[in-house]
Ligand binder design. Structure first.
Ligand code: SF4
Length: 291
């Protein structure tokens, strides 16, 4: 049965959801359909939560006003991400970038960033690498993994028999944390919905989380690198439904961040084991070593 809501409530709901969308929040959960007598209670709560602008008056409730029928899936309709109506991934990623705008959603926007580092690579990549956040070189150039750690990542990609342009590379947060500090959980939570949208557009087969921050944020779990590595996880971008019925998420593997490998090169062998696991999953063969 379609639920009926009055026009004021509908406007209040739409305004509230738009507000959350502008904050980068797209996940809305519906309780099971309540009995008809409860629908009015919910409506009253929603109206009472609508904050009036200065000078704005609450319209008197009109008992005689004809209720407007709305579909059961009002939340899904309003919360649809704009890029989900676009089939071209390049255009879809552009829409997400435009939506991000000159982002001020978390404190990192005012802590010395030069620019937002959105992501780079093949928009149809089968393999995606996700790091923690931009460093000084990335902040300066507007591209993830371009410094020393980026050079090592390039070498790791090359060792897999592919090139940097074949994969997509992004970070959990898109602005440089000052002094290369670890991004705070709140900053990750605020920024990562945009990464989730990028993932849903790219639809990779495998994501490699580089380091603990990326792994913990993507998997929404807390564990040590030792516990996280060495296996695949079934991954779906949080809060996203793909517009592609053939893509229902992907595999996710965890390995060391290249910056960590620069500090402790002894772990490179372990990282190579992780990448070999990924290659096997993707049906890739390592190039023959030059002799
Ligand atoms: S880190 Fe992300 S959420 Fe924070 S200001 Fe930058 S783009 Fe916005």
């Amino acid at each position: 049965m379609p639920r009926t809501l009055g026009p004021e409530l509908r406007l209040a709901l739409a305004a509230r959801i738009r507000y959350y969308n502008e904050m980068g929040i797209y996940d809305f959960y519906r309780r099971p359909s309540p009995a008809p007598s409860l629908a009015l209670d919910e409506a009253e709560i929603a109206i009472s939560e609508h904050t009036l602008a200065p000078g704005e008056e609450m319209s008197p409730r009109k008992a005689t006003a004809a209720p407007v029928a709305i579909e059961e899936n009002i939340f899904e309709v309003i919360a649809l991400k704009p890029e989900q109506t676009v089939s071209d991934p390049v255009k879809a990623l552009t829409i997400i970038r435009e939506d991000l705008g000159d982002c001020t959603r978390c404190v990192l926007h005012k802590q010395g960033r030069k620019q937002i580092v959105f992501g780079v690579g093949n928009p149809k990549a089968e393999l995606m690498f996700v790091g923690e956040g931009p460093g000084a070189d990335e902040d300066a150039q507007g591209e993830p993994f371009v410094g020393r750690a980026g050079q090592l990542l390039n070498n790791m990609i090359k060792a897999m028999g592919i090139e940097r342009k074949d994969v997509y590379i992004a970070n959990i947060v898109k602005c440089r944390p000052p002094g290369n500090r670890t991004p705070e959980r709140e900053e990750c939570a605020t920024c990562s919905p945009f990464l989730m949208r990028q993932i849903a557009v790219i639809k990779p087969k495998v994501i490699v989380a580089l380091g603990a921050v990326a792994a913990k944020t993507l998997l929404a779990m807390s564990a040590s690198m030792m516990q996280l590595r060495g296996r695949f996880y079934d991954f779906r971008p949080a809060g996203m439904r793909s517009n592609d019925p053939h893509w229902d998420g992907c595999k996710l593997a965890v390995t060391y961040h290249p910056a960590f490998l620069l500090r402790d090169p002894r772990q490179k062998g372990e990282a190579w084991k992780d990448l070999q696991m990924v290659m096997k999953e993707l049906g890739m063969k390592a190039p023959k070593a030059n002799t």
